[in-house]
Structures are given as structure tokens and as C-alpha cells.
Design a protein around this ligand. Structure first.
Ligand code: NIG
Ligand code: FE
Length: 447
């Protein structure tokens, strides 16, 4: 927002996808709520949505609220579609190094868990991240956040989990918190305390249990005391952390104010979906291979007061060259709210590109373009506990939106891999434009 001009009018759109109407699930997963026809407008005042609708209606509303429209700045959508800002509800934003060598290992038949078991995978990133300083992590974070922003992402979740010792975990969460304050992308940090068992514990026969004890009893209270983390997370997976170990850690985190979410049933059915429903987690993520009982429990939870959002990560199954993808159609048919995310990380999904994931959700999961868009906006907001303030263009909500260079939102997954963003608005401010260098921000109305 221009400090002199807290008002911004987004004009010239072909359509405005509001996503009004709350959490999507079942038959409503693909309801986008559209304003089209003559002159659909989004009016923003002081960082929040003031009005959305056809021009005359918006003018009336602004006048009733005492605003002088002549004082507003303009952002011309040039016939493009306008959607809420994209929300990435699952990223491992911060780490050091890269793991391109694992592609060849997998091509030769090694599995993800075999590479991890041999001390590679997550553990090689842990070694690199422990050696990285705060400045290195800040620079890395800024680089990848810039990639996300120019693809229309306005809010992300960001996990720790590549330290697995207290100093490094605290550093990762401090950096995530600092990058969020720096903006423009808003960041919700997650303490991924149980991601893998680090070498100083794994040498012992009962090393996994001793590590779970140390993380739950010592690290968790220290992390909670900093106030930097919003959520806790665990890699609940056969051969990594059991449902019982995950339950203990997540419940201890919840008691300290960290809302639980989890990596559930990514590689094998491991009781993750069941656990998510049992403890009322905000989300169960991956669900590439949930058990039928797991789907049943999520379906029952979806009818209750605390639905668990299924956060599906189709770039990960693609990048792992898996022969299966999450059963998205079944989840939708069973009334379970579906969101999508990148899972941005150096091992299983080195892509910051959420619009590409929108395409993958259509092409590999069988979601419709509108179902996928709801998954990356309003349902992703709900997966982060932000459903009341983010994820849709409704009066009073945070003014986060994207102007796209296509006239119809159904073209977003269609032009897959193309960069289609014209402009990104975060909290009412133009945060990025495709012509930033020559345009210099929002156009001014003649005052
Ligand atoms: O979501 N599976 C656990 N965590 C990440 C991968 C982390 C890594 O391989 O570095 C995931 O797939
Ligand atoms: Fe992940």
C-alpha cells in the first residue's frame, strides 16, 4: 500500500475469482465463486479487501464507507483473471546444499528410505545445514521466496527439521520468522522436530526412542519459549517415526501452543491419517498411500467440528518417480477438504513453483482446475488455521491477490510451466509486477 494512498482499485479484469464461502470439500471443492461480466473490481483499503463486485456496486459500497474513489491508486489487470494470492501450506524453505545426485541413485533402483538409511537423504542436508550460518540461510531463503512471489504466492508455511539439534533448529525458526517479518511473503514457521534420527542418536540401539525423548522433553519447550514456531510436525512413516512416537511429540507440542500437522502415509500406510484425525491436526500431508481406515477416519472428521485438511503434494510423487499418486478423487468424494502445496525441499521436491503444482494436481491427481485452485487458496488457508483472514477475496480479509496474464482461471493449470503472473498484491501493496522495472508500481488515477 502506498502510504499516501491506502486505497487501491484493481480494474480491467476479465473475471475475479473470490473463493468466498469458506472451506471447500466434497461437492463444493470446485466452487470458485466468480465475479465476471462488466467491470469486475476489487477495492482495497488499508491492506484489507473493502469491496468486490461489479463497478457500480463497488462504487456504492465505497461511498457508503466514506471513501473518495478519486484518491485510490489503480492497478490495471489488462483483461487478466484475478484470484486470491496463492498459499503454499507445506514447504521446507530453509536448508543448505542440494541433492541432485539422488536422482541417479533412484534411477538405479535405490529407494528414498534406503538412501536415508545409508546416511544420505535428509541426513546429508542436516550436515550441510548445521554448518550453515544465519546469513547463508537468510540469503537462501530470500532467493527461493523471490521465486515463489513472482509465481503468485503470498503466504507459506516453512518447516525446520534440517537441524535436529537445538541450536540449528532454533536458527532455522529464527530465520523463518525474520524472513516473514521482512516480507512481502508471510511465513508461518513449523517446528519439524521429528524429521529423521541424527547420527549422534542413531548409533545407539534405542536411539530413536532416546531422540524422541530429547526432542519432546528438551527441544520442544525451548522452541515454544521463543514464540517463533506456530506448528509442530513429524515424519510419521514406517521405518522413521511410529504413530505412537508421533502422537507423543505432537500432543506435547499442542500443550505448549504448537498446533499439530504431520507428514502422513507418504511412502507406506503408517497410521498417519488416523493419527491426524484422532488428535485434531490442522492437516495430514502427503497421503500418497493412506489406508482405507485412514480415509474413513478423515472422512468422519470432515463432518465434525475440526476437519483435517488433506494437503496433497503431487510434485513429490512425481519427483520420487513413484508409480502412484494420492487418491485425490476418493478424498474429495469422501468429503475430505483437499489443499495442495509444493513440499519445496532438496530431496523430494526441489520446486518453488506452486502454479506448476496446480497443473500436476490436475494432470496426476485428477482434480479439476477449479478444485485445484480452491486447494491452493481457501483450503490452503484453512490448513494453516488462516481460513478467517486469508485465502479469499471478501470484505475485511487480508488483501492478497494475483493478477494473471490469462483471461480465464481455468487456463492456469493448462499453460503448465509457463510464468503467467502479471502482478502480485500482498496486504494491499503491489509486491511484484512483471513489468516492475519500467512500470514502477501501481498506476495512479488522475487525482
Ligand atoms: O516431505 N519426507 C519427509 N520430508 C520431506 C523430504 C525431506 C528431504 O528429503 O529432504 C518430504 O518429502
Ligand atoms: Fe514435506
Amino acid at each position: 500500500m502506498d502510504p499516501d494512498r491506502p486505497g487501491l482499485l484493481v480494474v480491467g479484469a476479465s473475471e475475479v475469482v473470490t473463493m468466498a464461502g469458506g472451506l471447500r470439500r466434497g461437492a463444493t471443492q470446485g466452487d470458485v465463486d466468480l465475479v465476471s461480466g462488466e467491470d469486475p473490481i476489487v477495492a482495497i483499503w488499508d491492506g484489507a479487501i473493502a469491496a468486490v463486485g461489479p463497478l457500480p456496486e463497488v462504487q456504492r459500497r465505497l461511498a457508503a464507507d466514506g471513501h473518495d474513489v478519486a484518491s485510490f491508486a489503480f492497478l490495471d489487470a489488462h483483461g487478466g483473471t484475478v484470484t486470491p494470492g496463492l498459499i503454499d501450506p507445506h514447504t521446507h524453505l530453509l536448508f543448505a546444499g542440494s541433492r541432485e545426485g539422488e536422482i541417479a541413485l533412484r534411477q538405479r533402483g535405490a529407494s528414498y528410505l534406503e538412501i536415508l538409511g545409508a546416511g544420505g537423504g535428509i541426513l546429508s542436508t542436516v550436515a550441510a545445514t548445521r554448518a550453515a550460518g544465519e546469513e547463508d540461510l537468510l540469503a537462501h531463503g530470500r532467493r527461493w521466496l523471490a521465486e515463489m512471489l513472482r509465481r503468485g504466492v503470498t503466504t507459506i508455511e516453512a518447516k525446520s527439521g534440517y537441524g535436529l539439534d537445538l541450536p540449528t533448529e532454533l536458527r532455522l525458526l529464527r530465520v523463518a520468522d525474520a524472513l516473514g517479518r521482512e516480507g512481502p511473503i508471510e511465513i508461518l514457521p513449523t517446528f519439524l522436530g521429528l524429521h529423521a534420527v541424527p547420527p549422534e542418536f542413531s548409533a545407539e540401539p534405542d536411539g530413536t526412542d532416546r531422540f524422541v525423548d530429547a526432542v519432546t522433553e528438551q527441544m520442544l519447550p525451548a522452541v515454544a519459549a521463543t514464540g517463533h514456531a506456530r506448528f509442530s510436525d513429524v515424519f510419521c512413516e514406517q521405518g522413521v517415526f511410529s504413530a505412537a512416537q508421533s502422537r507423543r511429540f505432537l500432543l506435547a507440542g499442542a500443550a505448549l501452543g504448537l498446533a499439530p500437522r504431520l507428514h502422513a502415509d507418504e511412502l507406506a500406510p503408517s497410521g498417519g491419517a488416523e493419527l491426524a484425525a484422532e488428535i485434531g491436526a490442522l492437516s495430514a500431508d502427503h497421503l500418497a498411500v493412506p489406508s482405507s481406515e485412514g480415509i474413513d477416519t478423515l472422512s468422519r472428521a470432515a463432518d465434525g467440528p475440526r476437519p483435517v485438511v488433506a494437503v496433497l503434494l503431487p510434485a513429490t510423487t512425481l519427483f520420487l518417480m513413484a508409480d502412484h499418486h494420492a487418491p485425490a478423487r476418493t478424498l474429495v468424494e469422501r468429503g475430505i477438504p483437499v489443499a495442495i502445496g509444493t513440499d519445496f525441499n532438496p530431496g523430494t521436491s526441489p520446486t518453488p513453483n506452486l502454479p506448476l503444482v496446480l497443473s500436476l494436481a490436475v494432470l496426476t491427481l485428477g482434480l479439476s482446475p477449479d478444485e485445484a485452485l480452491a486447494a491452493a487458496t481457501i483450503n490452503a488457508a484453512h490448513a494453516l488455521g488462516l481460513g478467517e483472514t486469508h485465502g479469499s477475496l471478501e470484505p475485511g480479509k487480508t488483501a492478497d491477490l494475483v493478477v494473471w496474464d490469462v483471461p480465464d482461471r481455468r487456463q492456469l493449470p493448462y499453460w503448465f510451466g509457463a510464468d503467467l503472473v502479471r502482478a502480485v498484491v500482498k496486504r494491499g501493496r503491489v509486491a511484484w509486477t512483471s513489468e516492475a522495472s519500467d512500470r514502477g508500481g501501481p498506476e495512479r488515477s488522475p487525482a
